[in-house]
Design a protein around this ligand. Structure first.
Ligand code: HT7
Ligand code: ZN
Length: 871
């Protein structure tokens, strides 16, 4: 496969003013007719080069230019497109082709999901529908007519419905017109036998927008939360960004087979069912929260992505980083801000940091790719959002809003670049972000080494900050970045120290050199620094806190994020000691500071339960691994299991008390307070079960038998699967399946609970799971539950020393690649990180990867990941 470079970007040779599409739907032979008004792009130069259209897996039927049917000699068809010589600067091009939705298991282009037709065109799926200049800087006004048999009564596309009627005896048609010019990746079509839930929203200027959520009849009762979330998002975007919705209708469709979470097609968002459907009985609190945030995310794309779109796919973070930042703020405003931040930072540090140090490392604006689908990554999304957040920090709330207003005004209706975004922020605030721009092009996670010194006689405290960034193979040099470093300080009584005459207790240090000294005057004693408050930049901070200092920060820091951060650091130190003792064959003993910290949290009734729950969670194996230079998987697992059990035994009384206090029978609500209480309660249950005492397992069994919501039911089941004896666990698994087998989302959860179990999730069980009738290799959610759950979240079983976990994943990836290359390329990632492991373990991972490489002619998606990881 060919590598595509940002430096090779050229404006399109031809533009398409209007696109009229006609679909006659048929599972095996859908007819697609397109009529394009094409015009030479003056900005591209003089002369009339051939018109190049993208097209993949299409059966071409005819090409007509200004009404003249072209003979096959009048154009050239090649494997990925069509080249048409032209002799005029404006013309009408009509193309007919056929496609086969039923055999399309890649879930790109037009495909069938449980008998329902749907599309996924981002990034390059439209070329699987018809021949077209499939690039985001070609924006066109679309009109779409769908003809379908009457057993598919709901026919949807972008924009407004303008006509409908019968088509012959047994078919009907609907025509849609989208008044906004858009790139092909935002095109959508849906056809099926669907039911709808309807509501409306009055915009700030008084327009009424019809809101519709379409789903299979059995799921209509699961749309309320998504509808509520949609209305909250619409209001929030008006209030916080001044953005009003622009069409008279906004539709959402739930689809079972989907490669990602959802898709922001203009006026017709398509959602993975798991990201839209929820009821208290069937969805966990995290599912409720995920739905709110994804509904918000897709809605916010209407401005950050659709009205202002990307010039090319190297600019993907322009829309994704900005929109993730917007959805994170939306969730923070609606729920607990501190918990949202902790969750996002955990994800970033566990998974994005390892991506940034792995074989697929790239900057948030990559400069090359083979397959763009591989670049829908945590770096583009989450690190991209952190970069936008830093701009927000540097400009402040009001300055950022001035910048976003200017960005939307200046570029409305255009396809633009990350540079345009930064420029709008600069121009609106008359500041320079010249050095800051390096965040867009540099790879890797910067490190801040912090040292301090206190001059008692002068009362001067110095912080020396050195920044560095490990070089990736691709990067020749890393220049210093502009890093907003938020800090505060505590005195020995735990009070915040004023950092200036105005009594400010927190400041942002502008770290922009390789080494800088920041001085603070008039201090009476050496302060304890609270560094990188709120995680003000996506960096690693090295400062040697003692365990006593960490305990002090957990108890006294006013920055909630840093209280949690101190607890994580304390736990990591304790785990490192356990690993060391294990390697040396010494007896294991857990640090008393960690137990003291947890005891303090459990006893502090005034503490927000949301924060207590976060602090009480030990770092995951994956995070411990990411923090190590080389990973010793066995020692990691042993240390965590030992620590969990030791904490559970030491604090059993406190956990029981806390559990009983929170185990109320009140009716379910997905509000922040109730979610926090359930989370804390279920963390207590999980610790208690780690002791494997009968009393604890009885508590889990009682909760499992009597739970009235899925959060409690699933938490109890997880505890039983992980800690109960075989027959009790197996009975619960079977009982749960019998009850929920008809509910796809619950079954996805059930599959992942088993594949993630360190105890029962042995390879044998997982092999049985993929033969289970509930599993479907063509359904990405099921694949993510079983194979993804095993490889990403079952550290113990996946990393078994005999290498069987790696080989199993390799075999599944080989099978998947023939069905769905995008998903295959994602599932292989856990075995690509072999360079971080040592000895035989690394060799086994590498061998599994080589097995994939040697198995068949890999798809472009999988080839890129595998070859970069082996190379
Ligand atoms: N913008 C959407 C991206 C997306 C996607 C990309 C590749 C393959 C399938 C996909 N489905 C959706 C989702 C989003 O970020 O909002
Ligand atoms: Zn997005």
């Amino acid at each position: 496969p060919k590598t595509i470079y940002l430096k090779d970007y050229r404006v399109p040779d031809y533009l398409v003013d209007t696109t009229d599409l006609w679909f006659e739907l048929d599972p095996k032979a859908t007819l697609v007719k397109s009529r394009l008004k094409v015009r030479r792009n003056q900005a591209a130069g003089v002369g009339l080069p051939p018109l190049l259209l993208d097209g993949v897996e299409l059966e071409l039927l005819s090409v007509t230019l200004d009404g003249i049917l072209l003979s096959p000699a009048g154009y050239r068809e090649f494997p990925e497109g069509l080249s048409i010589p032209v002799d005029r600067a404006e013309f009408l091009l009509e193309i007919q082709n056929r496609i086969n939705p039923e055999d399309n298991t890649s879930l790109e282009g037009l495909y069938l999901s449980n008998g329902m037709y749907c599309t996924q065109c981002e990034a390059e799926g439209f070329r699987k529908i018809t021949f077209y200049p499939d690039r985001p800087d070609v924006m066109s006004k679309f009109t779409t007519t769908i003809v379908a048999p009457t057993d598919h009564p709901v026919l949807l596309s972008n924009g407004n419905e303008i006509e409908r009627g019968n088509y012959g005896a047994d078919r009907q048609f609907v025509t849609w017109e989208d008044p906004f010019a858009k790139p092909a990746y935002l095109f959508a079509l849906v056809a099926g036998d669907l039911e709808q839930v309807e509501d409306s929203f009055m915009t700030v200027s008084g327009r009424t927008v019809k809101l519709q959520i379409f789903t299979e009849t059995k799921n209509v009762g699961k749309c309320d939360h998504a509808m509520r979330s949609l209305k909250s998002a619409m209001r929030w975007d008006e209030e916080v960004y001044g953005r009003e919705y622009d069409l008279d209708i906004f539709m959402v469709v739930a689809v079972d087979h989907f490669n990602m979470g959802a898709m922001e097609n203009k006026g017709l968002n398509i959602f993975n069912s798991a990201c839209v459907l929820a009821s208290p009985e069937t969805a966990t609190d995290s599912a409720f929260q995920r739905i709110e945030s994804i509904v918000g995310h897709e809605y916010f794309h209407n401005w950050s992505g659709n009205r202002v779109t990307c010039r090319d796919w190297f600019q993907l973070s322009l829309k994704e980083g900005f929109t993730v930042f917007r959805d994170a703020e939306f969730s923070a405003d609606l729920n607990s801000r501190a918990v949202k931040r902790i969750e996002d930072v955990s994800l970033l540090r566990t998974n994005q940091f390892s991506e940034d140090a792995g074989p697929m490392a790239h900057s948030i604006r990559p400069d090359s790719y083979m397959e763009i689908s591989n670049f829908y990554t945590l770096t583009i999304y989450e690190k991209g959002a952190e970069v936008v957040r830093m701009i927000h920090t540097l400009l402040g709330e009001k300055g950022f809003r001035k910048g976003s207003d200017l960005y939307f005004k200046r570029h409305d209706g255009c396809a633009v670049t990350c540079e345009d975004f930064v420029k709008a922020m600069e121009d609106a605030n008359q500041v320079s972000l010249t050095q800051f721009r390096r965040w867009y092009s540099q790879v890797g996670t910067p490190v801040l080494d912090v040292k301090d010194h206190f001059d008692e006689t002068q009362g001067v405290y110095q912080l020396t900050v050195r920044q560095s960034c490990p070089l990736s193979e691709k990067q020749e040099e890393n220049l210093p970045l502009h890093i907003p470093f938020r800090v505060g300080m505590l005195d020995s009584t735990g009070k915040e120290i004023s950092l200036n005459e105005q009594g400010l207790t927190e400041t942002i240090l502008h770290v922009n050199g390789t080494e800088q000294i920041f001085e603070f005057f008039g201090l009476k004693e050496k302060p304890l620094p609270s560094l990188l408050r709120g995680f003000s930049a996506p960096v690693k901070v090295h400062y040697s806190y003692s365990n006593e200092q960490l305990l002090f920060l957990i108890r006294n820091d006013t920055d909630t994020f840093n209280r949690w951060e101190a607890s994580q650091r304390l736990a990591l130190n304790s785990l490192a000691e356990l690993q060391e003792a294990y390697r040396k064959g010494e007896p294991l003993q857990l640090r008393s500071e960690l137990i003291d910290a947890y005891r303090g949290v459990l006893k502090d009734r005034g503490l927000d339960p949301a924060l207590s729950a976060e602090i009480l969670q030990l770092p995951s194996e994956q995070f411990v691994a990411e923090e190590s230079v080389f990973i010793d998987s066995e020692a990691t697992v042993v240390a965590l299991e030992f620590a969990r059990k030791a904490i559970a035994e030491e604090l059993a009384d406190e956990f029981i008390r806390c559990y009983c206090e929170l185990n109320s029978q009140k009716s379910y609500s997905p509000d922040a307070k109730d979610i926090a209480e359930r989370r804390l309660k279920n963390i207590c249950l999980s610790y208690l079960c780690a002791t494997e005492t009968q009393e604890a397992l009885d508590m889990a069994q009682n909760q499992f038998d009597s739970a009235s919501n899925m959060t409690d039911s699933a938490a109890a089941l997880t505890a039983l699967i992980n800690y109960a004896g075989d027959s009790q666990a197996e009975n619960s698994i079977a009982q749960f399946y019998t009850r929920w087998q008809e509910d796809a989302q619950v079954i996805e959860l059930w599959l992942s609970q088993q594949s993630c179990s360190p105890k029962r999730g042995t390879l044998k069980n997982i092999r049985a799971l993929i033969e289970h009738p509930a599993f479907e290799m063509t359904n990405p959610n099921k694949v993510r539950s079983v194979i993804g759950g095993f490889a990403n979240r079952n550290f113990k079983q996946f990393h078994k020393n005999d290498g069987s976990g790696f080989e199993f994943v390799a075999d599944q990836v080989i099978a998947l690649d023939k069905l769905n290359p995008q998903i295959a390329a994602r599932m292989v990632i856990p075995i690509t990180r072999w360079r971080k492991y040592t000895g035989a373990h690394a060799e086994e991972m590498q061998m599994a990867l080589q097995k994939v490489a040697d198995s068949h002619v890999l798809s472009k998606d999988l080839f890129e990941v595998v070859s970069k990881s082996l190379g």
